[in-house]
Design a protein around this ligand. Structure first.
Ligand code: GLC
Ligand code: CA
Length: 550
Protein backbone atom coordinates (compact mmCIF):
# COMPACT_ATOMS: atom_id res chain seq x y z
CA UNK A 1 0.00 0.00 0.00
CA UNK A 2 1.38 3.37 -0.92
CA UNK A 3 1.58 6.18 1.58
CA UNK A 4 -0.95 8.32 -0.28
CA UNK A 5 -3.70 10.02 1.58
CA UNK A 6 -6.79 7.88 1.06
CA UNK A 7 -10.01 9.71 0.44
CA UNK A 8 -12.95 8.42 2.36
CA UNK A 9 -16.37 9.89 1.89
CA UNK A 10 -19.68 8.48 0.76
CA UNK A 11 -19.62 5.36 -1.40
CA UNK A 12 -21.74 7.13 -4.00
CA UNK A 13 -19.46 10.16 -4.49
CA UNK A 14 -19.27 9.33 -8.22
CA UNK A 15 -22.96 9.65 -9.01
CA UNK A 16 -22.88 13.32 -9.88
CA UNK A 17 -19.15 13.84 -10.07
CA UNK A 18 -17.38 16.05 -12.57
CA UNK A 19 -14.42 14.15 -13.96
CA UNK A 20 -11.69 16.00 -15.86
CA UNK A 21 -9.78 13.97 -18.42
CA UNK A 22 -6.05 14.53 -18.66
CA UNK A 23 -4.14 13.33 -21.71
CA UNK A 24 -0.82 13.15 -19.87
CA UNK A 25 1.54 13.65 -22.81
CA UNK A 26 -0.18 16.92 -23.68
CA UNK A 27 -1.00 18.52 -20.33
CA UNK A 28 2.18 19.95 -18.81
CA UNK A 29 5.85 19.17 -19.38
CA UNK A 30 8.17 19.53 -16.37
CA UNK A 31 11.52 18.73 -17.99
CA UNK A 32 11.45 20.45 -21.37
CA UNK A 33 11.47 17.28 -23.48
CA UNK A 34 8.23 18.22 -25.22
CA UNK A 35 6.23 15.44 -23.54
CA UNK A 36 3.82 16.08 -20.72
CA UNK A 37 4.54 14.16 -17.54
CA UNK A 38 3.36 13.35 -14.03
CA UNK A 39 5.46 16.08 -12.41
CA UNK A 40 3.86 18.51 -14.84
CA UNK A 41 0.42 17.42 -13.68
CA UNK A 42 1.44 17.76 -10.04
CA UNK A 43 2.64 21.30 -10.75
CA UNK A 44 -0.88 22.12 -11.93
CA UNK A 45 -2.66 20.62 -8.92
CA UNK A 46 -3.88 24.03 -7.74
CA UNK A 47 -5.16 24.84 -11.20
CA UNK A 48 -7.14 21.58 -11.19
CA UNK A 49 -8.44 22.41 -7.76
CA UNK A 50 -9.55 25.84 -8.99
CA UNK A 51 -11.92 24.10 -11.39
CA UNK A 52 -13.95 22.51 -8.54
CA UNK A 53 -13.79 19.13 -10.23
CA UNK A 54 -14.36 15.93 -8.26
CA UNK A 55 -11.88 13.71 -10.07
CA UNK A 56 -9.27 13.53 -12.78
CA UNK A 57 -9.01 10.65 -15.23
CA UNK A 58 -5.58 10.03 -16.71
CA UNK A 59 -5.42 8.54 -20.19
CA UNK A 60 -2.69 5.88 -20.38
CA UNK A 61 0.69 6.86 -18.94
CA UNK A 62 2.07 3.30 -19.03
CA UNK A 63 5.19 2.19 -20.89
CA UNK A 64 4.25 2.18 -24.55
CA UNK A 65 5.76 2.36 -28.01
CA UNK A 66 3.03 4.93 -28.75
CA UNK A 67 1.59 3.17 -31.77
CA UNK A 68 -1.79 4.46 -30.58
CA UNK A 69 -1.11 7.34 -28.21
CA UNK A 70 -0.43 5.01 -25.27
CA UNK A 71 -3.49 2.80 -25.81
CA UNK A 72 -0.89 0.19 -26.73
CA UNK A 73 0.24 -0.76 -23.24
CA UNK A 74 3.53 -2.60 -22.79
CA UNK A 75 3.26 -2.94 -19.01
CA UNK A 76 0.00 -2.35 -17.15
CA UNK A 77 1.65 -1.92 -13.78
CA UNK A 78 4.28 0.71 -14.45
CA UNK A 79 4.78 4.27 -15.67
CA UNK A 80 6.39 5.22 -18.99
CA UNK A 81 9.85 6.50 -18.00
CA UNK A 82 9.27 9.48 -20.33
CA UNK A 83 6.25 10.37 -18.17
CA UNK A 84 7.52 9.56 -14.72
CA UNK A 85 7.93 6.87 -12.11
CA UNK A 86 5.66 4.92 -9.79
CA UNK A 87 6.86 7.08 -6.90
CA UNK A 88 5.79 10.18 -8.82
CA UNK A 89 2.46 8.51 -9.44
CA UNK A 90 2.07 8.11 -5.68
CA UNK A 91 2.94 11.78 -5.26
CA UNK A 92 0.30 12.67 -7.80
CA UNK A 93 -2.35 10.65 -5.98
CA UNK A 94 -1.37 12.39 -2.78
CA UNK A 95 -1.44 15.85 -4.38
CA UNK A 96 -4.92 15.18 -5.75
CA UNK A 97 -6.30 13.58 -2.61
CA UNK A 98 -5.03 16.41 -0.45
CA UNK A 99 -7.18 18.70 -2.56
CA UNK A 100 -10.20 16.40 -2.38
CA UNK A 101 -9.79 15.33 -6.01
CA UNK A 102 -10.11 11.64 -6.83
CA UNK A 103 -8.22 9.84 -9.53
CA UNK A 104 -9.23 7.48 -12.35
CA UNK A 105 -6.77 5.55 -14.47
CA UNK A 106 -7.41 4.05 -17.89
CA UNK A 107 -7.50 0.27 -18.24
CA UNK A 108 -7.01 -1.16 -21.74
CA UNK A 109 -8.13 -4.80 -21.52
CA UNK A 110 -8.97 -5.67 -25.12
CA UNK A 111 -5.40 -5.59 -26.39
CA UNK A 112 -1.87 -4.98 -25.23
CA UNK A 113 1.08 -3.51 -27.07
CA UNK A 114 3.11 -5.89 -29.23
CA UNK A 115 5.96 -4.86 -26.90
CA UNK A 116 4.21 -6.44 -23.90
CA UNK A 117 6.29 -9.28 -22.49
CA UNK A 118 3.47 -11.74 -23.10
CA UNK A 119 3.30 -10.92 -26.78
CA UNK A 120 7.07 -11.05 -27.11
CA UNK A 121 7.01 -14.49 -25.47
CA UNK A 122 4.19 -15.55 -27.77
CA UNK A 123 6.22 -14.60 -30.83
CA UNK A 124 9.14 -16.68 -29.59
CA UNK A 125 6.96 -19.69 -28.71
CA UNK A 126 5.64 -22.35 -31.08
CA UNK A 127 2.17 -22.67 -32.55
CA UNK A 128 -0.30 -24.07 -30.05
CA UNK A 129 1.83 -23.01 -27.03
CA UNK A 130 0.41 -21.61 -23.79
CA UNK A 131 2.22 -18.34 -24.61
CA UNK A 132 0.27 -17.94 -27.85
CA UNK A 133 -3.00 -18.86 -26.16
CA UNK A 134 -3.08 -15.48 -24.38
CA UNK A 135 -3.69 -13.83 -27.74
CA UNK A 136 -5.60 -14.87 -30.85
CA UNK A 137 -3.18 -16.71 -33.12
CA UNK A 138 -4.48 -18.73 -36.08
CA UNK A 139 -3.15 -20.38 -39.21
CA UNK A 140 -3.85 -18.61 -42.48
CA UNK A 141 -5.88 -19.78 -45.43
CA UNK A 142 -4.54 -20.60 -48.88
CA UNK A 143 -2.05 -23.23 -49.96
CA UNK A 144 0.72 -22.00 -47.65
CA UNK A 145 -1.38 -20.14 -45.16
CA UNK A 146 -0.50 -16.95 -46.98
CA UNK A 147 -4.03 -15.54 -46.75
CA UNK A 148 -5.39 -14.11 -43.50
CA UNK A 149 -7.55 -16.50 -41.45
CA UNK A 150 -10.68 -14.40 -42.16
CA UNK A 151 -11.64 -11.21 -43.98
CA UNK A 152 -11.27 -8.85 -41.09
CA UNK A 153 -10.31 -5.21 -41.30
CA UNK A 154 -9.25 -3.26 -38.24
CA UNK A 155 -10.90 -0.20 -36.72
CA UNK A 156 -8.27 2.03 -38.22
CA UNK A 157 -8.48 0.70 -41.72
CA UNK A 158 -7.02 -2.24 -43.55
CA UNK A 159 -6.06 -5.59 -42.15
CA UNK A 160 -7.19 -7.00 -38.81
CA UNK A 161 -4.75 -9.93 -39.01
CA UNK A 162 -0.96 -9.67 -39.19
CA UNK A 163 1.39 -12.49 -40.07
CA UNK A 164 4.26 -13.43 -37.78
CA UNK A 165 7.70 -14.55 -39.01
CA UNK A 166 6.81 -18.22 -38.51
CA UNK A 167 3.73 -17.88 -40.72
CA UNK A 168 0.91 -17.77 -38.17
CA UNK A 169 -1.40 -14.77 -37.94
CA UNK A 170 -2.71 -12.81 -34.95
CA UNK A 171 -5.88 -10.78 -34.64
CA UNK A 172 -5.94 -7.06 -33.82
CA UNK A 173 -9.06 -4.91 -33.90
CA UNK A 174 -6.88 -1.79 -33.81
CA UNK A 175 -3.30 -1.34 -35.11
CA UNK A 176 -1.00 -4.29 -35.73
CA UNK A 177 0.95 -3.14 -32.66
CA UNK A 178 -2.17 -3.84 -30.54
CA UNK A 179 -2.74 -7.63 -30.50
CA UNK A 180 -6.09 -8.65 -28.98
CA UNK A 181 -6.09 -10.79 -25.86
CA UNK A 182 -8.03 -14.04 -25.74
CA UNK A 183 -10.37 -13.45 -22.82
CA UNK A 184 -11.44 -17.10 -22.69
CA UNK A 185 -8.01 -17.69 -21.17
CA UNK A 186 -8.13 -17.59 -17.32
CA UNK A 187 -4.56 -16.29 -17.19
CA UNK A 188 -5.68 -13.11 -18.97
CA UNK A 189 -8.55 -12.68 -16.53
CA UNK A 190 -6.31 -13.15 -13.52
CA UNK A 191 -3.73 -10.72 -14.80
CA UNK A 192 -6.26 -7.92 -15.16
CA UNK A 193 -7.57 -8.53 -11.65
CA UNK A 194 -3.98 -8.17 -10.52
CA UNK A 195 -3.68 -4.86 -12.40
CA UNK A 196 -6.90 -3.50 -10.93
CA UNK A 197 -5.75 -4.47 -7.45
CA UNK A 198 -2.31 -2.95 -8.06
CA UNK A 199 -3.75 0.51 -8.82
CA UNK A 200 -6.53 0.28 -6.25
CA UNK A 201 -3.93 -0.45 -3.60
CA UNK A 202 -2.02 2.65 -4.73
CA UNK A 203 -5.05 4.76 -3.90
CA UNK A 204 -6.67 4.97 -7.34
CA UNK A 205 -10.39 5.66 -6.90
CA UNK A 206 -11.76 4.63 -10.28
CA UNK A 207 -11.10 3.16 -13.69
CA UNK A 208 -12.09 4.07 -17.22
CA UNK A 209 -12.41 0.86 -19.22
CA UNK A 210 -11.26 1.11 -22.82
CA UNK A 211 -13.35 -0.62 -25.52
CA UNK A 212 -15.21 -2.43 -22.75
CA UNK A 213 -17.56 -4.15 -25.19
CA UNK A 214 -14.96 -6.03 -27.24
CA UNK A 215 -13.31 -8.43 -24.80
CA UNK A 216 -15.39 -11.54 -25.47
CA UNK A 217 -15.46 -12.81 -29.03
CA UNK A 218 -17.06 -15.76 -30.78
CA UNK A 219 -14.17 -17.14 -32.82
CA UNK A 220 -15.92 -20.12 -34.36
CA UNK A 221 -16.19 -19.45 -37.21
CA UNK A 222 -13.55 -16.70 -37.28
CA UNK A 223 -15.29 -13.33 -37.64
CA UNK A 224 -15.16 -11.28 -40.81
CA UNK A 225 -15.87 -7.54 -40.89
CA UNK A 226 -15.10 -4.61 -43.10
CA UNK A 227 -16.94 -1.78 -41.33
CA UNK A 228 -17.10 -0.67 -37.72
CA UNK A 229 -20.17 1.45 -38.08
CA UNK A 230 -22.60 0.84 -35.26
CA UNK A 231 -25.24 -0.07 -37.84
CA UNK A 232 -23.24 -3.18 -38.67
CA UNK A 233 -23.03 -4.36 -35.06
CA UNK A 234 -25.79 -6.76 -34.00
CA UNK A 235 -27.85 -5.38 -31.17
CA UNK A 236 -28.95 -8.57 -29.41
CA UNK A 237 -25.73 -9.91 -27.91
CA UNK A 238 -25.04 -12.22 -30.84
CA UNK A 239 -22.41 -10.13 -32.62
CA UNK A 240 -19.23 -12.22 -32.90
CA UNK A 241 -16.92 -9.31 -32.00
CA UNK A 242 -18.74 -6.85 -29.78
CA UNK A 243 -21.15 -6.49 -26.94
CA UNK A 244 -21.61 -10.17 -26.22
CA UNK A 245 -23.60 -10.90 -23.09
CA UNK A 246 -20.77 -13.00 -21.63
CA UNK A 247 -18.62 -9.86 -21.19
CA UNK A 248 -20.69 -8.93 -18.16
CA UNK A 249 -19.46 -12.03 -16.32
CA UNK A 250 -15.97 -10.53 -16.49
CA UNK A 251 -17.18 -7.25 -15.02
CA UNK A 252 -18.99 -9.03 -12.20
CA UNK A 253 -15.67 -10.41 -11.05
CA UNK A 254 -14.18 -6.93 -11.26
CA UNK A 255 -17.05 -5.56 -9.20
CA UNK A 256 -16.32 -8.08 -6.45
CA UNK A 257 -12.78 -6.76 -6.29
CA UNK A 258 -13.90 -3.09 -6.37
CA UNK A 259 -16.25 -3.72 -3.48
CA UNK A 260 -13.42 -4.97 -1.29
CA UNK A 261 -12.28 -1.34 -1.00
CA UNK A 262 -13.73 1.40 1.13
CA UNK A 263 -15.14 3.36 -0.55
CA UNK A 264 -15.64 0.83 -3.34
CA UNK A 265 -13.61 1.53 -6.46
CA UNK A 266 -15.69 2.76 -9.37
CA UNK A 267 -15.50 2.23 -13.10
CA UNK A 268 -16.92 3.66 -16.28
CA UNK A 269 -17.21 1.68 -19.49
CA UNK A 270 -16.24 3.06 -22.84
CA UNK A 271 -18.65 0.99 -24.91
CA UNK A 272 -19.80 2.30 -28.28
CA UNK A 273 -22.82 -0.05 -28.35
CA UNK A 274 -26.43 0.40 -29.38
CA UNK A 275 -27.89 2.72 -26.74
CA UNK A 276 -30.41 0.17 -25.44
CA UNK A 277 -27.54 -2.27 -24.81
CA UNK A 278 -25.74 0.21 -22.55
CA UNK A 279 -27.52 -0.40 -19.25
CA UNK A 280 -25.81 -3.71 -18.35
CA UNK A 281 -22.39 -2.00 -18.52
CA UNK A 282 -23.64 0.55 -16.04
CA UNK A 283 -25.22 -2.04 -13.80
CA UNK A 284 -24.26 -1.75 -10.16
CA UNK A 285 -23.07 -5.36 -10.11
CA UNK A 286 -20.98 -4.62 -13.20
CA UNK A 287 -18.76 -1.64 -13.91
CA UNK A 288 -21.30 0.75 -12.42
CA UNK A 289 -21.30 3.45 -15.10
CA UNK A 290 -21.07 3.64 -18.88
CA UNK A 291 -20.27 6.58 -21.08
CA UNK A 292 -23.23 8.02 -22.86
CA UNK A 293 -21.86 9.67 -25.99
CA UNK A 294 -25.28 10.72 -27.26
CA UNK A 295 -24.86 14.45 -26.60
CA UNK A 296 -21.50 14.28 -28.26
CA UNK A 297 -23.08 12.97 -31.44
CA UNK A 298 -26.26 15.08 -31.13
CA UNK A 299 -27.22 17.80 -33.53
CA UNK A 300 -27.36 21.32 -32.02
CA UNK A 301 -31.10 21.36 -31.74
CA UNK A 302 -33.49 21.61 -28.78
CA UNK A 303 -35.62 18.62 -29.75
CA UNK A 304 -32.63 16.30 -30.20
CA UNK A 305 -31.01 17.35 -26.93
CA UNK A 306 -34.24 16.79 -25.06
CA UNK A 307 -34.74 13.31 -26.55
CA UNK A 308 -31.17 12.32 -25.69
CA UNK A 309 -31.55 13.57 -22.14
CA UNK A 310 -34.86 11.79 -21.58
CA UNK A 311 -33.65 8.51 -22.97
CA UNK A 312 -30.49 8.48 -20.91
CA UNK A 313 -32.22 9.40 -17.68
CA UNK A 314 -34.53 6.44 -18.32
CA UNK A 315 -31.58 4.10 -18.87
CA UNK A 316 -30.05 5.32 -15.64
CA UNK A 317 -33.25 4.51 -13.83
CA UNK A 318 -33.23 0.99 -15.25
CA UNK A 319 -29.82 0.25 -13.78
CA UNK A 320 -29.89 2.28 -10.61
CA UNK A 321 -26.74 3.99 -11.83
CA UNK A 322 -26.41 7.63 -12.82
CA UNK A 323 -25.80 8.71 -16.38
CA UNK A 324 -22.64 10.29 -17.76
CA UNK A 325 -22.44 13.25 -20.12
CA UNK A 326 -19.58 13.95 -22.48
CA UNK A 327 -19.04 16.71 -25.03
CA UNK A 328 -15.34 16.18 -25.81
CA UNK A 329 -12.59 13.64 -25.32
CA UNK A 330 -9.28 12.61 -26.86
CA UNK A 331 -10.96 10.74 -29.73
CA UNK A 332 -13.26 13.36 -31.19
CA UNK A 333 -13.10 16.83 -32.67
CA UNK A 334 -13.30 19.41 -29.88
CA UNK A 335 -16.85 20.60 -29.47
CA UNK A 336 -16.15 24.26 -30.31
CA UNK A 337 -15.29 23.07 -33.81
CA UNK A 338 -17.64 20.12 -34.01
CA UNK A 339 -20.74 22.16 -33.33
CA UNK A 340 -20.22 24.21 -36.49
CA UNK A 341 -19.11 21.42 -38.79
CA UNK A 342 -21.95 20.71 -41.21
CA UNK A 343 -24.14 17.88 -39.95
CA UNK A 344 -22.80 14.37 -40.47
CA UNK A 345 -20.53 12.01 -38.70
CA UNK A 346 -17.34 13.84 -39.59
CA UNK A 347 -16.86 15.44 -36.26
CA UNK A 348 -16.96 12.31 -34.26
CA UNK A 349 -15.17 9.11 -35.07
CA UNK A 350 -15.30 8.48 -38.75
CA UNK A 351 -15.50 10.65 -41.79
CA UNK A 352 -18.59 10.13 -43.92
CA UNK A 353 -18.64 9.59 -47.66
CA UNK A 354 -18.34 13.35 -48.24
CA UNK A 355 -15.25 13.30 -46.09
CA UNK A 356 -15.56 16.83 -44.77
CA UNK A 357 -12.55 16.47 -42.53
CA UNK A 358 -10.09 15.43 -45.20
CA UNK A 359 -11.36 17.97 -47.70
CA UNK A 360 -11.62 20.93 -45.35
CA UNK A 361 -9.02 20.51 -42.69
CA UNK A 362 -6.55 22.97 -44.19
CA UNK A 363 -9.12 25.56 -45.18
CA UNK A 364 -12.18 25.01 -43.07
CA UNK A 365 -13.92 28.43 -43.10
CA UNK A 366 -15.76 27.63 -39.93
CA UNK A 367 -17.64 30.16 -37.86
CA UNK A 368 -15.67 29.49 -34.70
CA UNK A 369 -17.29 32.36 -32.86
CA UNK A 370 -20.60 30.59 -33.20
CA UNK A 371 -18.86 27.32 -32.35
CA UNK A 372 -17.57 28.77 -29.10
CA UNK A 373 -20.97 30.22 -28.22
CA UNK A 374 -22.61 26.85 -28.81
CA UNK A 375 -19.88 24.97 -26.97
CA UNK A 376 -20.23 27.15 -23.88
CA UNK A 377 -23.99 26.80 -24.00
CA UNK A 378 -23.75 23.03 -24.46
CA UNK A 379 -21.41 22.72 -21.51
CA UNK A 380 -23.53 24.89 -19.26
CA UNK A 381 -26.53 22.77 -20.20
CA UNK A 382 -24.64 19.54 -19.59
CA UNK A 383 -23.43 20.72 -16.18
CA UNK A 384 -27.02 21.34 -15.11
CA UNK A 385 -28.09 17.77 -15.86
CA UNK A 386 -28.46 15.05 -13.25
CA UNK A 387 -25.61 12.52 -13.38
CA UNK A 388 -21.90 12.93 -13.88
CA UNK A 389 -20.10 15.04 -16.47
CA UNK A 390 -16.78 14.27 -18.11
CA UNK A 391 -14.67 17.20 -19.26
CA UNK A 392 -11.64 17.00 -21.52
CA UNK A 393 -8.51 19.06 -20.88
CA UNK A 394 -8.56 22.35 -22.77
CA UNK A 395 -12.32 22.54 -23.20
CA UNK A 396 -12.36 24.93 -20.24
CA UNK A 397 -10.25 27.22 -22.45
CA UNK A 398 -12.71 26.95 -25.33
CA UNK A 399 -10.00 25.49 -27.53
CA UNK A 400 -11.02 24.71 -31.10
CA UNK A 401 -9.59 21.63 -32.76
CA UNK A 402 -6.27 22.16 -34.52
CA UNK A 403 -7.21 21.10 -38.03
CA UNK A 404 -4.08 22.10 -39.93
CA UNK A 405 -1.40 19.88 -38.41
CA UNK A 406 0.90 18.92 -41.29
CA UNK A 407 0.46 15.31 -42.23
CA UNK A 408 4.11 14.53 -41.56
CA UNK A 409 3.75 15.72 -37.97
CA UNK A 410 0.64 13.73 -37.21
CA UNK A 411 0.84 10.78 -34.85
CA UNK A 412 -2.59 9.21 -34.97
CA UNK A 413 -2.63 5.73 -36.54
CA UNK A 414 -6.25 6.29 -37.48
CA UNK A 415 -5.01 8.96 -39.90
CA UNK A 416 -2.23 6.86 -41.39
CA UNK A 417 -4.08 3.58 -41.60
CA UNK A 418 -7.36 5.14 -42.65
CA UNK A 419 -6.45 5.70 -46.30
CA UNK A 420 -8.15 9.09 -46.20
CA UNK A 421 -11.33 7.66 -44.74
CA UNK A 422 -10.82 8.64 -41.12
CA UNK A 423 -10.06 11.89 -39.39
CA UNK A 424 -6.95 12.45 -37.29
CA UNK A 425 -7.43 12.70 -33.55
CA UNK A 426 -4.23 14.73 -33.14
CA UNK A 427 -6.12 18.01 -33.44
CA UNK A 428 -7.65 17.59 -29.98
CA UNK A 429 -4.40 16.29 -28.47
CA UNK A 430 -2.19 19.32 -29.03
CA UNK A 431 -0.37 20.34 -25.79
CA UNK A 432 -2.25 22.96 -23.78
CA UNK A 433 -1.38 26.67 -23.86
CA UNK A 434 -0.73 27.90 -20.31
CA UNK A 435 0.89 31.23 -21.22
CA UNK A 436 0.36 33.75 -24.04
CA UNK A 437 3.86 33.36 -25.50
CA UNK A 438 7.16 31.63 -25.03
CA UNK A 439 8.30 28.20 -26.02
CA UNK A 440 5.29 25.91 -26.29
CA UNK A 441 3.07 28.58 -24.67
CA UNK A 442 4.01 27.50 -21.17
CA UNK A 443 3.35 23.81 -21.80
CA UNK A 444 7.01 23.38 -20.90
CA UNK A 445 10.37 25.06 -21.28
CA UNK A 446 11.06 23.12 -24.48
CA UNK A 447 9.01 22.22 -27.52
CA UNK A 448 5.79 20.37 -27.91
CA UNK A 449 5.41 16.85 -29.30
CA UNK A 450 2.56 18.01 -31.57
CA UNK A 451 2.82 21.46 -33.18
CA UNK A 452 0.82 24.23 -31.52
CA UNK A 453 -0.72 26.87 -33.80
CA UNK A 454 0.37 30.52 -33.52
CA UNK A 455 -3.06 31.56 -32.20
CA UNK A 456 -2.84 29.22 -29.20
CA UNK A 457 -1.57 31.93 -26.85
CA UNK A 458 -4.84 33.88 -26.96
CA UNK A 459 -6.51 30.85 -25.40
CA UNK A 460 -3.95 30.42 -22.66
CA UNK A 461 -4.81 30.06 -18.99
CA UNK A 462 -2.86 33.18 -18.02
CA UNK A 463 -4.78 35.33 -20.52
CA UNK A 464 -8.16 33.91 -19.59
CA UNK A 465 -7.61 34.19 -15.85
CA UNK A 466 -7.54 37.97 -16.30
CA UNK A 467 -10.83 38.07 -18.17
CA UNK A 468 -14.05 37.69 -16.19
CA UNK A 469 -15.90 36.89 -19.43
CA UNK A 470 -13.47 34.19 -20.61
CA UNK A 471 -14.44 30.58 -21.16
CA UNK A 472 -12.21 29.60 -18.25
CA UNK A 473 -14.00 32.03 -15.92
CA UNK A 474 -17.35 30.63 -17.06
CA UNK A 475 -16.26 27.05 -16.37
CA UNK A 476 -14.97 28.02 -12.93
CA UNK A 477 -18.15 29.84 -11.99
CA UNK A 478 -20.45 27.14 -13.30
CA UNK A 479 -18.50 24.28 -11.74
CA UNK A 480 -18.35 25.96 -8.35
CA UNK A 481 -22.05 26.77 -8.46
CA UNK A 482 -22.98 23.27 -9.54
CA UNK A 483 -21.26 21.94 -6.46
CA UNK A 484 -23.28 24.21 -4.22
CA UNK A 485 -26.60 23.70 -5.97
CA UNK A 486 -26.44 19.99 -6.71
CA UNK A 487 -29.44 18.09 -5.36
CA UNK A 488 -31.42 14.98 -6.18
CA UNK A 489 -30.89 13.31 -9.55
CA UNK A 490 -34.16 14.65 -10.86
CA UNK A 491 -35.12 16.98 -13.66
CA UNK A 492 -38.48 18.53 -14.57
CA UNK A 493 -39.06 19.88 -18.04
CA UNK A 494 -40.47 23.36 -18.29
CA UNK A 495 -42.38 24.79 -21.19
CA UNK A 496 -40.29 27.03 -23.40
CA UNK A 497 -40.50 28.69 -26.82
CA UNK A 498 -39.60 26.92 -30.07
CA UNK A 499 -35.84 26.48 -30.48
CA UNK A 500 -35.18 26.63 -26.74
CA UNK A 501 -35.11 24.10 -23.93
CA UNK A 502 -35.74 24.61 -20.23
CA UNK A 503 -35.62 22.35 -17.22
CA UNK A 504 -35.57 22.68 -13.51
CA UNK A 505 -33.57 20.82 -10.89
CA UNK A 506 -36.32 20.83 -8.27
CA UNK A 507 -35.63 23.08 -5.37
CA UNK A 508 -32.41 24.43 -6.82
CA UNK A 509 -32.10 25.90 -10.27
CA UNK A 510 -33.38 26.31 -13.81
CA UNK A 511 -31.35 25.86 -16.98
CA UNK A 512 -32.58 27.62 -20.11
CA UNK A 513 -30.85 27.00 -23.44
CA UNK A 514 -31.33 28.96 -26.64
CA UNK A 515 -30.38 26.76 -29.61
CA UNK A 516 -31.64 29.28 -32.12
CA UNK A 517 -29.79 32.02 -33.99
CA UNK A 518 -32.00 34.76 -32.49
CA UNK A 519 -32.06 36.24 -28.99
CA UNK A 520 -34.96 35.11 -26.77
CA UNK A 521 -36.57 36.36 -23.60
CA UNK A 522 -35.59 34.37 -20.53
CA UNK A 523 -37.98 33.15 -17.85
CA UNK A 524 -38.33 35.16 -14.66
CA UNK A 525 -35.67 34.60 -12.06
CA UNK A 526 -32.28 35.66 -10.80
CA UNK A 527 -29.45 35.01 -13.28
CA UNK A 528 -26.83 32.83 -11.61
CA UNK A 529 -24.50 32.36 -14.55
CA UNK A 530 -24.87 32.62 -18.30
CA UNK A 531 -22.73 31.65 -21.25
CA UNK A 532 -23.29 35.09 -22.82
CA UNK A 533 -24.43 38.36 -21.24
CA UNK A 534 -28.17 38.66 -20.66
CA UNK A 535 -29.34 42.18 -21.45
CA UNK A 536 -32.83 43.55 -20.99
CA UNK A 537 -34.08 40.04 -20.24
CA UNK A 538 -32.80 38.69 -23.57
CA UNK A 539 -30.47 35.72 -23.90
CA UNK A 540 -28.33 35.91 -27.06
CA UNK A 541 -28.41 33.28 -29.79
CA UNK A 542 -26.67 29.94 -29.07
CA UNK A 543 -26.42 30.54 -25.33
CA UNK A 544 -27.56 29.13 -22.01
CA UNK A 545 -28.33 30.57 -18.61
CA UNK A 546 -28.84 29.24 -15.10
CA UNK A 547 -31.52 30.93 -13.05
CA UNK A 548 -32.92 30.81 -9.58
CA UNK A 549 -36.67 31.15 -9.58
CA UNK A 550 -37.98 33.93 -7.42
C1 GLC B 1 -10.50 3.70 -27.29
C2 GLC B 1 -9.62 4.88 -27.01
C3 GLC B 1 -8.89 5.24 -28.26
C4 GLC B 1 -8.03 4.07 -28.69
C5 GLC B 1 -8.86 2.80 -28.80
C6 GLC B 1 -7.99 1.57 -28.84
O1 GLC B 1 -11.50 3.99 -28.20
O2 GLC B 1 -10.38 5.93 -26.49
O3 GLC B 1 -8.09 6.38 -28.09
O4 GLC B 1 -7.45 4.33 -29.93
O5 GLC B 1 -9.72 2.62 -27.70
O6 GLC B 1 -7.43 1.33 -27.58
CA1 CA C 1 8.46 15.80 -20.00
Amino acid sequence: MSSSVQLSGPADWWRQAVVYQIYPRSFSDSNADGIGDLKGIISKADYLSSLSIDAVWLSPFYPSALADGGYDVADYRDVDPRIGTLEQFDDLVEAMHQRGIRIFVDIVPNHSSDQHIWFQQALRSPRGSAERARYIFRDGRGVDGELPPSDLSSHFGPEGWTRTPDGQWYLHLFTKEQPDFDWSNPEVREDFLKTLKFWSDRGVDGFRIDVAHALIKDLDPLPSRSSYDLEVMKDDGSDPLFDRDEVHEVYKTWRKLFNEYDPPRVAVAEAWVHPHRRPPYASLDGLGQAFNFDLLTAKWEARTFRQVIDKNLQFAQQTGSSTTWVMSNHDVIRHVTRLVIPAGKDGVTFADENNWYVKNRLDPKLDLEKGLARAKAATLTMLALPGSSYLYQGEELGLPDVLDIPSEQMQDPQWFRGEGKFKSRDGCRVPLPWEPSGSSFGFGAGGSHLPQPSWFGEYSVVVQEQQPESTLSLYRRALALRKQLQGEEVLNWLESPQGTMAFERPGSWVCFTNFSDEPVAIPAGEVLVSSAPVTAGLLPANSAVWLRRN
